[in-house]
Design a protein around this ligand. Structure first.
Ligand code: AHR
Length: 327
């Protein structure tokens, strides 16, 4: 086996390492696989946990010789450059966590032309590009949205005045932002909930933007009469909680709050009574991803999409669950 390395390389620096990196054997030959991983960024605790999970799994897996890691810093151009560099380096498998759903056709076609299989991790790409990757392992974001929608319907079914909702969306054009929205409103509409979407803006999955968008919501609409904030991830929800408190309101009481992810910080806010429902998004699929990578490189047949296991948590479960949170 080759000496295992976990290369954290800036996208622009990748080209300098070309001569050192050739494709490895399939694991049976003893060399192990060389895998390129173009990650979204480091925008959230979820993302950091996901990166840690993938790196640790690659390091522990004798079938993987090297994981070349690139942090795309939430920029598609950086991820495209990283994938192109992985192609030039002739890695065995490319793992891509696409920051947004569109704009991948050319580079995915280049990977296919080079005979390098692409595995999507976490986020998906638009349906038109479905033939250009082998498989996706990650969350069913639409189902996450449905879970949030189901709780909303059950919680506000008797709200005679109609339910007034604010939405903090994730990164514009990303699969989780698109699908969490779709699933949520699909259930509200199907169940006939009387609601009004008062405002919906992107907070780019960060606490800073979640807070500033919530400040704008408060300025524009006030919070009197707003029933629910649906935040597409923990960071935006936590940022919004700060903004709500600074505006003199009690998060979790004056306005109910749903977050998606389930970090320890999110659960702690729940234990503190500042939010009301958590839809889990599970980042710890590194070991499963390595299995998929090996299968794909070996040409084995795999499902087009493998969802990871995820739960939901109500307020009465927050305290007991908090010690179990891994990120
Ligand atoms: O793609 C998964 C999402 O990306 C997580 O919900 C969010 O926290 C992260 O930024």
């Amino acid at each position: 086996m080759l000496k295992k390395t976990l290369a954290g390389i800036g996208a622009g620096a990748l080209l300098f390492g070309l001569s050192a990196c050739g494709g490895g054997d399939d694991g049976d030959g003893g060399d192990g696989l060389i895998v390129g991983f173009a990650q979204v960024g480091a925008e959230s605790a979820w993302r950091t946990a996901n990166t840690d999970s993938v790196k640790a799994a690659a390091e522990a897996d004798d079938r993987i010789a090297e994981l070349k890691f690139v942090d795309g810093q939430q920029e598609q151009d950086r991820q495209i450059e990283a994938v192109r560099n992985f192609i030039t380096q002739q890695v065995d498998v490319i793992v891509l966590a696409p920051v947004v759903e569109t704009g991948w056709t050319d580079v995915l076609q280049e990977a296919e032309d080079a005979g390098i299989p692409v595995v999507l991790a976490d986020r998906g790409v638009e349906a038109a590009d479905e033939d250009l990757y082998v498989t996706r392992l990650g969350s069913d974001f639409t189902e996450e949205g449905r879970k949030a929608g189901q709780w909303t319907v059950e919680t506000f079914a008797d709200d005679a005045d109609g339910t007034r909702i604010l939405e903090l969306q994730g990164t514009t054009g990303s699969a989780p932002a698109n699908d969490r929205k779709t699933g949520f409103f699909e259930v509200l509409d199907a169940e006939g909930l009387d609601y009004e979407l008062v405002d919906s803006q992107s907070g780019d999955f960060t606490a800073e933007n979640g807070k500033s968008v919530m400040e704008t919501f408060v300025t524009t609409h006030g919070l009197d009469g707003i029933d629910l904030l649906y935040a597409h991830n923990d960071e935006m929800g936590l940022g919004a909680i700060q903004a709500i408190e600074e505006a003199g309101f009690e998060p979790g009481v004056d306005i109910q709050i749903i977050i998606v992810d389930g970090s320890a910080a999110g659960f702690q806010a729940g234990v503190d009574g500042k939010l009301n429902y958590i839809v889990e998004c599970n980042p710890a699929f590194g070991a499963q991803l390595m299995d998929v990578v090996v299968q794909v490189e070996a040409g084995e047949s795999v499902e087009k999409f493998t969802p990871v296991e995820e739960g939901v948590f109500t307020a009465d479960q927050f305290e007991a669950e908090l010690p179990n949170r891994q990120f």
